[in-house]
Structures are given as structure tokens and as C-alpha cells.
Design a protein around this ligand. Structure first.
Ligand SMILES: Cc1cc2nc3c(=O)[nH]c(=O)nc-3n(C[C@H](O)[C@H](O)[C@H](O)COP(=O)(O)OP(=O)(O)OC[C@H]3O[C@@H](n4cnc5c(N)ncnc54)[C@H](O)[C@@H]3O)c2cc1C
Ligand code: FES
Length: 324
């Protein structure tokens, strides 16, 4: 069995236990959120020994070469000496400067933009309050707007989302780490390529950021944003998006309410819009509920989108605790 050394502590991992689980069993608090290898909040560094290849999947090569790995994915073959990362993901202190309820279960939160925090709309950051750390996507264009906007869905029983909805007030201090993720607009030699953006609920956050960034950078190709919700009240920011569509003839906003027939089917709308655009150069951005994002990703790939042009951010949450 592998022995994990963390400072003064040495923990022998149980069969199939990850480094994160082993250290938690020994009473250590290691930052984590999705526990599925997506959010990178459990990043650690191996000072001695080899982390498993699986635990370095998705990390930048420069990080992997320095021994960084995701503790929630690491079941090493041998012993490891590990440490928490220092300066890899920069940490910034900030505060809440605005809070608006935009739907029953969705809150728009504005954070002060800390000096030196450079991020692209659509990327995500890890927000930490009192040692609880979760990922949220950036909906604003921070360098132009001067603040960071996040959209927070209330998850029943969820620790951070409920605290943000019910207790957090303007002035509350928090820490952000990042930015992370590859879901953002990249102006290329020409700006004529079609863009399709699709997501449900707060999946709108990164999509709205990408949309505004693309329009601001003068994107000329057609842009379609499909926003799905369970009920009409969940289609927050509809007025803003309709205003943008009226100002920019190349932008189409398609709200979709489930249970309202074909017009409410995000997958069908995406399929139809994709069929209207030349497949190979269309850029597709998919964000929100993991099952939907993964099935839409498959769908557009099978329709002919190049995999390098499909950008997806599934909002993976920690698995529910096991009930014995
Ligand atoms: C890359 C990335 C980007 C993200 N961006 C956003 C974003 O922009 N906006 C956003 O709102 N979220 C986003 N998320 C999700 C977010 O990080 C948190 O997971 C979410 O806010 C829940 O955190 P919590 O502390 O409230 O819940 P936790 O305390 O982590 O608890 C969540 C628990 O509830 C369970 N659960 C999930 N759904 C339900 C449900 N419907 N009913 C009951 N239980 C449920 C989960 O399995 C889990 O065990 C993103 C996630 C990732 C990985
Ligand atoms: S990547 Fe490990 S907790 Fe999210």
C-alpha cells in the first residue's frame, strides 16, 4: 500500500483510496469541490514519488512536469510526499459589491476586481469562503466592466450556494483562485465563423460572458445563444439578451422552456441551428448541467463539428454522500 507523507504526517492509503480521501481520513483539510477531476481545486504537488497519470490529466504540461496533480483522482502506485500548491494558482482577496436575485433559484453576485486578476469572460474561478471552495464561471467582461459577475444557482442543501443566497451581504470578504478553463472567445484571423452557445440555468453565466466578449471584439459571424430552463421564470436576463439581439443583427437569442414542446428542447434547437451553419468552422460552447453538456457535445460532434471547436464546461458537483 502507498504511504502519503504530508508535512509531519504519514498516511497509508486503503485499497482504491485517493490521496484526497486518505488525507481527509487522517483529519487533514484539503481544498476540494467536484471530487471528479474537473475543477482543479484539489491541486497538490508531489515533492517525491510519481502521481498517477490519471491525476495529471487535463493539467497544463508545465504543471504536470513539476509534479502537480489532482488529489481527488490520485491512486498512486508507490509512496508520495505531497504538499499544497503555493503560487501555482494565484489567490486574490476580494469582496462582494453587489447581490441581485434574478430568478427564484438564481443570484447574480458581483465581486470587486482585485488588482492583477486577469481573466477571460467564460473562464471560471474557485471562490473560497471559510474553507469552503467552489467553482463559478465569469459572466462579465472584467477588464471593461470593472467587476467580476457570477451567477449562483441554489442547490438544495448545498453549503456555499445557500450561504451566498441567504447570508452573504455586500462587503463580505472572500478569496478567489484562478482563472481556470478554456471556455472563452478567441478572435482569430477572421471573425466570420458561426458561434453556437447552449446551456441551461446558470450555464448562462459563461455563455453570456463569451457572447458579450465576442460582440465587443466585433465578431461578424452569426452568434446564437440557446438558454434552457425548467420554467419560464428561470429564463433570467431575457430582457438584456433581447436588447443585445436588437442591437446586433448577427446575434439570435433562443429561450427554451422545457415542457413547452419542440421550442423548449435545447438539443433540438441546437441541432437545427447547427444544420444551418457550415459545420467545420462553427465554434460551439456548452455549459451547465453535466449530463446535458456531455450529450450535446456528442450530438454536435456527430453532426460534424471539429472536436477542437467544441468547448464545454460541465458544472460538475461533488457526488452526494453515500448512504449506508
Ligand atoms: C467548472 C465549473 C464551473 C461551475 N460554474 C458554476 C456557475 O457558474 N454557477 C453555478 O451555480 N454553479 C457552478 N458550478 C457548480 C458549483 O461549483 C457548485 O458545485 C455548486 O454551487 C454547489 O455548491 P454548494 O456548496 O452549494 O453545494 P455542496 O455543498 O457541494 O453540495 C452539493 C451536493 O448536492 C447534491 N445535489 C446536486 N444537485 C442537487 C439537487 N438538485 N438536489 C439535491 N441535491 C443536489 C450534489 O450531489 C452534492 O452532493 C460550476 C462547477 C464547475 C466544476
Ligand atoms: S478536481 Fe479534485 S476536487 Fe475538483
Amino acid at each position: 500500500m502507498s504511504v502519503i507523507t504530508f508535512g509531519e504526517l504519514a498516511v497509508e492509503l486503503l485499497p482504491r483510496e485517493t490521496v484526497l480521501e486518505g488525507l481527509e481520513r487522517a483529519g487533514q483539510r484539503i481544498p476540494n469541490s467536484c471530487r471528479s477531476g474537473v475543477c482543479q481545486s484539489c491541486l497538490m504537488q508531489a515533492l517525491d514519488g510519481e502521481p498517477s497519470p490519471q491525476s495529471q490529466r487535463g493539467l497544463k504540461q508545465t504543471l504536470a512536469r513539476q509534479g502537480y496533480f489532482l488529489a481527488c483522482q490520485c491512486q498512486p502506485e508507490g509512496d508520495l510526499e505531497v504538499a499544497l500548491p503555493n503560487e501555482v494558482l494565484r489567490e486574490f482577496q476580494t469582496q462582494v459589491v453587489g447581490k441581485t436575485q434574478v430568478a427564484d433559484d438564481v443570484l447574480v453576485l458581483r465581486l470587486e476586481l482585485p488588482d492583477g486578476f486577469a481573466c477571460r469572460p467564460g473562464q471560471y474561478l474557485n471562490l473560497a469562503v471559510d474553507e469552503v471552495l467552489r467553482s463559478y464561471s465569469v459572466a462579465s467582461v472584467p477588464e471593461r466592466d470593472g467587476y467580476i459577475e457570477l451567477h449562483i444557482r441554489r442547490v438544495p442543501g448545498g453549503r456555499l450556494s445557500n450561504w451566498l443566497h441567504d447570508q452573504c451581504e455586500p462587503g463580505a470578504a472572500c478569496t478567489i483562485r484562478g482563472p481556470l478553463g478554456e471556455c472563452f472567445y478567441l478572435a482569430e484571423d477572421d471573425s466570420d465563423f458561426p458561434i453556437l452557445l447552449a446551456g441551461t440555468s446558470t450555464g448562462l453565466a459563461p455563455l453570456e460572458g463569451i457572447l458579450r466578449d465576442a460582440l465587443h471584439q466585433g465578431h461578424r459571424g452569426p452568434i446564437t445563444l440557446i438558454h434552457g430552463a425548467l420554467r419560464r421564470e428561470g429564463l433570467y436576463h431575457g430582457d438584456k439578451l433581447r436588447e443585445l439581439a436588437a442591437l446586433h443583427p448577427n446575434f439570435t437569442y433562443l429561450p427554451a422552456v422545457r415542457d413547452e414542446g419542440e421550442s423548449g428542447d435545447v438539443a433540438l434547437l441546437l441541432q437545427q441551428r447547427f444544420a444551418q451553419n457550415p459545420a467545420k468552422n462553427t465554434r460551439v460552447f456548452l455549459c451547465g448541467a453535466p449530463e446535458l453538456v456531455n450529450s450535446l457535445r456528442r450530438q454536435v460532434f456527430l453532426q460534424g463539428a471539429a472536436s477542437s471547436h467544441i468547448h464545454a464546461d460541465p458544472f460538475v458537483m461533488a457526488p452526494a454522500p453515500k448512504v449506508n
